[in-house]
Design a protein around this ligand. Structure first.
Ligand SMILES: [Zn+2]
Length: 536
């Protein structure tokens, strides 16, 4: 997810997300599959819906269960006309965005039932019905982070992943894109077309996507066995595919080869109205019409495609751990740069990101990467999660070594693919692959707000033939534990020594036959710290 009007790294539109909702879990019920039958038209913004929901009960004898679904407020929201199961009508209440359904007969733990909900209404959010930049009417979902409930009856929480289908009837001028594989397109003979998409891999609620517009659709063939498609407004059919497909091909190849197989049945890059940046819906990424097709932007495409592995396939179990999605997409975009553009471009990106961390931390004192039992959905994302989350992965790679890091990443992906994970799950996998105890590292970089500030210098003692390095950590609070490299340049060559700075003031002595030309702290850009270091 990247939101912007001008630059994909700013999150200007975050204020538009939900309204301070909490997101209680339902321990007694597990959603397995949703089928959404929707009718859209051009005369009104009202949608007519029928949702078939397969649930499994996970405890005995629940009296009822709830689905998230917006109730009517100020003329917008959904009105439910009927709830049925096995052909029998069920009693229900619908208040405060919760549809509570009474069970007609007791359910046993492990039992699976299908429920059908008939409803209609004008969505306040979640499905946006608007005009695109060419003035043409279109429909685009925007479910992040908890707006699926605005138009779809669901368990609207990232922990409950399910498969889904969209069966959409809309005026025949529109093409319809959604998650998964196209099952059917039929002109109904009355000016409307029925389009059926089926997503057979379980995904989190916000990753369900629907786009309805007058699209030009380009099929680019298979990349690593995955069908690559481009959906842009028909006015841009000549420029859209070229803009998307080169970078998408590279991203699919790089991430498939380095992390593991892509999880989904296709990858559609979709131009969408009303926002900048991108949203990573599983297998159907939306890119804001305002920020695409004008300039090369490998970073945006790589970021959203990286999410298909991290965020979509391996999903954070809770919003508290959202860095497992955004921090990963940020660092894997830098790894994409390292692979295709080389180390200098990678290091330049790391340095830009590091400066952003320091600026963001100044603007947001006390904000750590991990949320602490977050209840306000407006606060799910902040840019610290992206940039410091990404840097945490980079430092972990520095600590473990590049080979162990990639082995751990592949194993983490394989173990939690199409499921959910916590930060502790990730830590345990990386511990196994490094042989290191990493609790201190995760605590220091993810749970603690702020970054280290290191000041000091070096001098050469010709008598003892030693370089004396004196360092102080001047940030408030306790000392960080900082494994650091020192680069010593003499006679046209640089050798690297490793030290660990773990106290507020510390002195190190390194042997050297003669006075070096230069001594540098962190010459290979592995440490997230502000540094003042010079010759004394
Ligand atoms: Zn993102």
């Amino acid at each position: 997810m990247i939101r912007t009007l001008c630059c994909y790294l700013c999150l200007c539109l975050l204020a538009t997300v939900g309204s301070g909702d909490t997101y209680p879990r339902q321990p007694g019920v597990d959603a397995l599959n949703y089928v959404f039958r929707l009718t859209l038209n051009d005369d009104t913004d009202e949608i007519i819906g029928e949702a078939s929901i397969d649930l499994r009960f996970t405890k005995d004898n629940p009296a009822d269960f709830t689905l998230d679904l917006a109730s009517v407020n100020d003329g917008k929201g959904m009105t439910v006309s009927e709830v049925k199961s096995a052909g029998a009508a069920l009693r229900f209440t619908h208040h405060a965005d919760l549809l509570r359904i009474s069970l007609g007969s007791p359910a046993k733990a492990g039992e699976q039932r299908e429920f059908v909900v008939r409803y209609r209404g004008v969505p306040a959010r979640g499905l946006r019905i608007l005009k695109n930049k060419f003035g043409a009417r279109c429909f685009f979902s925007e479910n992040w982070p908890n707006n699926a409930r605005q138009w779809l009856p669901m368990i609207d929480h990232p922990y409950d992943k399910a498969t889904s289908e969209f069966i959409v009837t809309a005026p025949v001028k529109y093409q319809v894109v959604a998650n998964g594989l196209l099952q059917e397109e039929t002109d109904l003979g009355d000016g409307r077309r029925l389009t059926h998409w089926k997503q057979s891999v379980p995904i989190a609620s916000w990753l369900n996507a629907l786009g309805v517009a007058e699209f030009a659709v380009h099929h680019a063939g298979l990349v690593k066995g995955v069908e690559l498609q481009t959906w842009v407004y028909h006015q841009e059919r000549a420029i859209g595919p070229a803009w998307f497909e080169t970078r998408s091909r590279q991203a699919l190849e790089f991430f498939s080869e380095h992390i593991g197989p892509y999880s989904y049945e296709k990858l559609a890059n979709v131009e969408a109205a009303g926002f900048g940046g991108g949203t990573e819906h599983a297998s159907a990424i939306f890119y804001g019409e305002k920020s695409i097709l004008e300039r090369p932007d490998a970073g945006l495409i790589a970021h959203e495609i990286a999410h298909q592995w991290f965020g979509n396939s391996v999903t954070e179990k809770d919003w508290d751990d959202v860095w497992l999605s955004e921090g990963f997409a940020t660092y894997f975009t830098l790894l994409f740069t390292e692979h295709y553009e080389g180390r200098d471009a990678f290091v330049a990106g790391l340095k830009r990101s590091r400066e952003q961390v320091f600026t963001l931390e100044k603007e947001n004192p006390g904000v750590a990467v991990l949320h602490d039992n977050l209840a306000d959905m407006k606060l799910v994302l902040n840019r610290i999660i992206y940039q410091k989350g990404g840097w945490t992965l980079h430092m972990l790679r520095g600590l473990m070594g590049t080979e162990n890091f990639w082995a751990g990443i592949r194993d983490y992906y394989q173990r939690f693919c199409n499921g959910s994970a916590t930060t502790d799950d990730f830590r345990r996998v990386m511990q196994e692959h490094s042989g290191l105890e990493l609790s201190w590292f995760f605590q220091q970089w993810l749970a603690r707000a702020g970054s280290p500030v290191v000041e000091g210098g070096w001098r050469y003692d010709a008598v003892t033939r030693r370089i004396v390095v004196e360092l102080a950590q001047t940030q408030p609070g306790e000392a960080y534990r900082l494994p650091l490299e020192i680069g010593i340049t003499a006679d046209g060559a640089t050798r690297v020594e490793k030290i660990e700075l773990s106290q507020k003031r510390q002195r190190f002595e390194l042997t050297a036959d003669k006075e070096p030309l230069m001594v540098a702290l962190d010459p290979n850009t592995w440490a997230l710290m502000q540094v003042r270091f010079d010759k004394r």
